[in-house]
Each structure stands twice: as structure tokens, then as C-alpha cells.
Design a protein around this ligand. Structure first.
Ligand code: SF4
Length: 477
């Protein structure tokens, strides 16, 4: 049997694309292997959002030179460099952009038949195609990604994504809901909706009304349809939303839909208005804070995490301090921080990358220290409480403890129940455990399991949680 090894860099979108490529390869008779040594085909699914990821690709390709395998580069670097990648790195056999991944099996057959190195990197703007989870029942993970849209129309000045993923194209709501239904009946208990700015979603089958606000979207309607049609879904997440599309309709969905996670990852990037403007983020600090507050008012207990870039061109020490004060003000419980690095084609290239490397590092360190302090303080408040945990599996292979996540995305580890206990046989990936939290660690919680239930796909339940809440309006931008 032919073997293939997939190496994935970057974001959840790339993880999703790699999972779909694995399914295409299996259907074409490949066995997937974990290590590149001995594989017939090695696929490097790349990311070009940050300089380091691109450097990683170059060193990885260099390392693979010695192996007798076809080397295929997919993802954002493939789209960004296209043909140029072949002329610069001689041992790459194919370059395939994100919109051409369905061509992978055909490309491999051509290469096996002796074709010269190939490039497939065309955007499918006219007739967009979306990779769908084809995993067989039993092979579906507890948590499954479902793509809703691709591309991005925002054009933030530091970001290469609009150039590597193209303009926004949306999948029909009916296709998305049908995929969720199929995944849930095949064993998924959590669905994570993916999109570059997922909450700008518009259903191509239902045109927006004439003169609609450009910040409006049909994302909240999509969430409602999913919850109505897949009542056994335990948890519904989405990533990544753009703050300007946090509409009043989305706030109502957070108030009313019980499976919607009590965690939103809402990228802010900076806490200073001058920097936000130069980043072309299209919101001010005050508007961001108002949206964050509105989300927390809509759903009690909801927590927020974010992305921050430090050392953007021209960012002064005082402007960075504004970011630290915003992180405190919003009280984020998680944060991904990055040092600014100039990316090809982006508008920020015209600005001077004038914050010295050591200063970027100092700011990143200060940001991480604050974020860790806030996470530790948040986790400590949960000791003594009870959490509903969607079990993902053993804490690590062979471990006697189990691990899962709460509605707020906190990681919880708990001892396996004694074999003679009532709940012992019910524990497993996809089970829902009520756990008493007994200890807070740096990044996770530990608890004692109290009860366990195994959700059944066919068991109906009320899709809506009725909560008497004042109507929460999104702030006007
Ligand atoms: S919203 Fe901005 S940061 Fe996010 S993908 Fe689009 S351009 Fe990039």
C-alpha cells in the first residue's frame, strides 16, 4: 500500500484542510503514516501568516532532501509563492493552493506517471468549492471542524491572508447544516465552525436585503438553524469572529442557544486607537470594549480570549501600555501574542518596521506575563465549583486520567472512576461529565467526576434555553 505523511503548520483552517486531505488520500488507497521517513508522499501544509512559519517550511524541505519521496507543498505559502517555489527549491514536486486541494489525488497520479513538477494555485472565485468532512461513522472525532466560508475581505494592513486565501466566498447554509447533522449522527459532539471572519457569514442562497448595514451578517441565523436541526449537538463553537460583526442578532443567539460555547476568541490586535487605525481594524478601543461587554452581558459566565500583535510599525511604548491596559480592562482569559513581522503584498510594508527586535521581545514577554497572571487568577476562582466537561479522551496516551473541556474552554483533567463505580463504563470520548473542580494548575483544572451521561444522537431535547434577559444591543460603530 502507498503511504503518505502530512505535516501541518498554522491555524485551525490548515488543520481542517489537512484532515480533509487525509480523507482524500485514504479514499485513493493511501495509508497515512506519522513520520516522513519511508513515506512515498510527504505533504507540507504551510502557513505564511508569520515569517517563522515560512522559515520552518524552508528548513523542513531541506531536511527532506535525503528521502526518496514525492514532496508536495500545500496551503498559504503554496498560494503565495506558486511557480516561484519550484524554481527556488528544486526538490519540490508539486505546489497546491488552498482552493485546489481537491486536485491532490489527480496531481499525485500525474507525478507517479512521470509528469514534471506541477503547480495548481487558482482561486475558485466563480464557483467556490468547499472541502467536506467525509470521515466514516466511527472515524468522526468528538470535536469536528466545519467550514462556513473562505477568504477575507477585511484587508488588515499587516495580514497576508486576503492574498493567500482570496476574497470571501460563502457556503450555503443548507450545506453547512447538512454536514453538521451528518457529523452529529456519526458521533461528533462538538462542532467548531470555521471562517477567516466567521461572523461575517452570508448565505449565498438568501441575498441580504437591499441597503443592509455592511457589518450585518446571517451568521446568527446559521447558528440557530444548526441548533434546531442537530438537537443532540452538545457544544457549538466558532472561530474567528471579527469584532465589527458582533451584531445584536449574534448577542441574542448567545443568550438563547444553550449549546453555544461560553467562550469567544475575539481578536483585538492592539489597545491603542492610533495603532488600530494603522492596522485598518475598523474599530476603536472603546467599540471593542463595548462589544466584549455586550457578549458577557448576553451570556453570564462567558469568557474571552484574543490575539495581539506587538511592535507594529510606529507603536510607541505608551501605545503598547494601552494594549496592556486593554487586556486588564477586558480581563481576557487567554491570549495569543505575536511580534509584528513584515509580510509580502501587505499595506503595512510601506510603514517602517522600526520597533527593535529586543523591544518587541520585551513587549511580548510583558504581555504573556499579564495573560498568564489573568488566566491563573481566573482558574483559581473555579476551585470548589462544578463544571460540565465534554470528554475528549485520556489526558495522554496510556494515562489513567481523562481530559476534556468546559463550556468556557477550560481544560479539565480528572481521575478515571473506580471500575466498580456506576459511572465507570460510561466514561469515554464524547461523554459529558459533571466534575467537581478541586485544583487549579497554571493552564488547566483538576477535578473529581460526579456523574456521566452519554449523549445519544437520536434523543431529542429542547434546542433553546429560555432565559429572561434584557435585550442587549450591539454598540454602533
Ligand atoms: S480579518 Fe484581518 S487579520 Fe483576520 S484574516 Fe482578514 S485581513 Fe487577516
Amino acid at each position: 500500500m502507498k503511504t503518505a505523511c502530512l505535516v501541518t503548520f498554522g491555524c485551525q483552517m490548515n488543520v481542517h484542510d489537512s484532515q480533509r486531505m487525509e480523507e482524500l488520500l485514504r479514499a485513493d488507497g493511501f495509508e497515512l503514516v506519522a513520520e516522513p521517513e519511508g513515506a512515498d508522499v510527504i505533504i507540507l501544509n504551510t502557513c505564511s501568516v508569520r515569517e517563522k512559519a515560512e522559515q520552518k517550511l524552508r528548513s523542513e524541505v531541506g531536511r527532506l532532501k535525503r528521502l526518496d519521496a514525492l514532496v508536495v507543498v500545500t496551503g498559504c505559502v503554496a498560494q503565495q509563492e506558486g511557480e516561484k517555489l519550484l524554481s527556488r527549491v528544486s526538490h519540490i514536486d508539486a505546489v497546491i493552493g488552498p482552493d485546489n486541494l481537491h486536485e491532490l489525488p489527480g496531481v499525485l497520479r500525474e507525478l507517479e506517471g512521470g509528469a514534471p513538477p506541477l503547480v495548481r494555485a487558482q482561486f475558485d472565485t466563480e464557483a467556490p468549492r468547499f472541502l467536506v468532512n467525509e470521515a466514516a461513522p466511527g472515524a468522526v472525532a468528538t470535536s469536528a471542524y466545519v467550514t462556513t466560508m473562505k477568504g477575507c475581505n477585511e484587508r488588515c494592513s499587516f495580514c497576508i491572508v486576503p492574498y493567500t486565501r482570496g476574497p470571501e466566498r460563502y457556503r450555503s447554509a443548507e450545506d453547512i447544516v447538512a454536514e453538521v447533522e451528518r457529523l452529529v449522527s456519526a458521533g461528533a459532539r462538538e462542532v467548531v465552525l470555521l471562517g477567516q471572519t466567521v461572523n461575517s457569514y452570508r448565505d449565498p442562497a438568501v441575498p441580504m436585503p437591499e441597503g443592509a448595514d455592511p457589518d450585518d451578517s446571517q451568521f446568527a441565523s446559521l447558528l440557530r438553524r444548526i441548533v434546531e436541526r442537530a438537537p443532540s449537538l452538545v457544544r457549538l463553537r466558532y472561530t474567528s469572529p471579527h469584532p465589527r460583526h458582533v451584531t445584536s442578532d449574534l448577542l441574542r443567539a448567545h443568550a438563547e442557544l444553550a449549546p453555544l460555547a461560553e467562550h469567544v476568541h475575539l481578536p483585538v490586535q492592539s489597545g491603542n486607537d492610533r495603532v488600530l487605525k494603522r492596522m485598518i481594524r475598523r474599530y476603536t478601543r472603546a467599540e471593542f470594549v463595548a462589544r466584549a461587554d455586550a457578549l458577557r452581558k448576553a451570556r453570564s459566565g462567558l469568557v474571552l480570549s484574543t490575539d495581539v500583535i506587538v511592535g507594529f510599525p510606529g507603536e510607541t511604548a505608551a501605545e503598547f501600555d494601552d494594549t496592556l491596559s486593554l487586556v486588564r480592562e477586558v480581563g481576557f482569559c487567554g491570549l495569543f501574542g505575536f511580534k509584528y513581522s513584515p509580510r509580502p503584498y501587505t499595506p503595512a510594508l510601506k510603514l517602517r518596521d522600526d520597533v527593535p527586535e529586543e523591544e518587541k521581545q520585551r513587549r511580548l514577554q510583558a504581555l504573556f506575563e499579564l495573560s498568564e497572571e489573568q488566566l491563573r487568577a481566573h482558574l483559581a476562582t473555579l476551585v470548589g465549583s462544578r463544571a460540565t466537561v465534554l470528554v475528549e479522551g485520556p489526558s495522554k496516551p496510556g494515562a489513567k486520567t481523562w481530559a476534556g473541556r468546559t463550556q468556557r474552554n477550560e481544560i479539565v483533567h480528572f481521575e478515571a472512576p473506580a471500575p466498580e463505580s456506576e459511572v465507570s463504563s460510561a466514561i469515554g470520548a464524547g461523554a459529558v461529565a459533571v466534575v467537581e473542580i478541586i485544583r487549579a494548575n497554571k493552564h488547566s483544572l483538576e477535578g473529581r467526576v460526579e456523574s456521566v451521561r452519554v449523549p445519544r444522537a437520536e434523543r431529542p431535547r429542547s434546542a433553546y434555553r429560555r432565559i429572561a434577559l434584557p435585550l442587549v444591543e450591539a454598540p454602533k460603530s
